[in-house]
Design a protein around this ligand. Sequence first.
Ligand code: ADP
Length: 376
Amino acid sequence: MTTLSQDDVRTALCTIVDPVSGKDIIANGMVSGLVIKDRNIGFAIEIDPADAEHMEPLRKAAERAVLALDGVSSVSAVLTAHNAAPASQPEAAPGAPPKPTDQPAQAPATSLLPDVAAIVAVASGKGGVGKSTTAVNLAVALSSLGQRVGILDADVYGPSLPRMLGITDKPKPLANKRIAPLEAHGVKVMSMGFMVPEDTAMVWRGPMVIGALEQMMREVEWGALDVLIVDMPPGTGDAQLTMAQRVPLAGVVIVSTPQDIALIDARKGMNMFAKVNVPVLGIVENMSMFICPNCGEQTDIFGHGGARAEAERLGCDFLGEIPLDVAIRITSDSGQPITASEPDGPHAAAYRDLASAVLAKISTATMRPAPSISID
Ligand code: ADP
């Protein structure tokens, strides 16, 4: 079998023409994150989100072109939103000697986070469903179960972990030029929010997102951890793809509200992870039901139970449900997550149940040694 090179793949992709610009997708700088793992190929095609609806044929054509290469057994191309102009560095001409950036960008996972036993992403199809709240309380709950836990805020567009964990310090550089993570409620924490105020609008181009995430993994002295929780940005984009392709995720927990799952946002998120072969550990239904603080009556504001039914339908696990309770909002928005501030209450118990369910899932799942990519 001949060994496939990045140039072979790029040459094949030169035949695919972007209908918007009329240029081929390599010349137009639209291909990023190219991964070659044995006979499996993965890459992203960066498009303007406004064109997303019309780009599916292009994605499929790109997959077909690479699949036609000798020795390729599977190809996964993912469309990723990119508003900015294509990278100023032109792509290497096919056959040209590879520049440093043309090397497979994916460092072996072990060099990024060598002492982390399981990396678990917490994701959602859209914003505002309580993903960060769930990630934080899950992390604290895991720590209360005796795990060594870290939490990485991959939501570079809207980092909220410093506020939710009540951290106002900045991380300190260590003598070895690495960065010490901060610590709160027994959990090690790293977030872009330590560098940039939460209300500062950040405009990130795809490569910047990838760079920031890699830095927070590679240059932070996480030490030995049993679990690293990664709070993903909402939706599907560069951050998700980076994490899915560059670190061996043990799996992803999808947070959904009952109405979100009905509106298929959560399903889109799940499909994206399935596409890049990241196991979906299961779905959590957040804001599942409202318990009146005065009379104790339960009201199913968003139609409680949708996520459980959807999980069953999709054949994935239902990991638990967290009620809509103002105490969860107040504690998480004031830096005192309810798992830490009211550890004996019912909500902390619900998060511990979630933590136990996640632990059970990751103890049976093996960490993937490297990205593995499959055909649709
Ligand atoms: P996301 O990360 O999905 O954007 P957040 O975790 O930031 O969402 O939550 C959005 C808002 O909803 C926050 O003010 C948070 O405190 C609140 N919230 C999240 N989960 C709950 C819940 N179960 N009960 C009450 N408020 C919640």
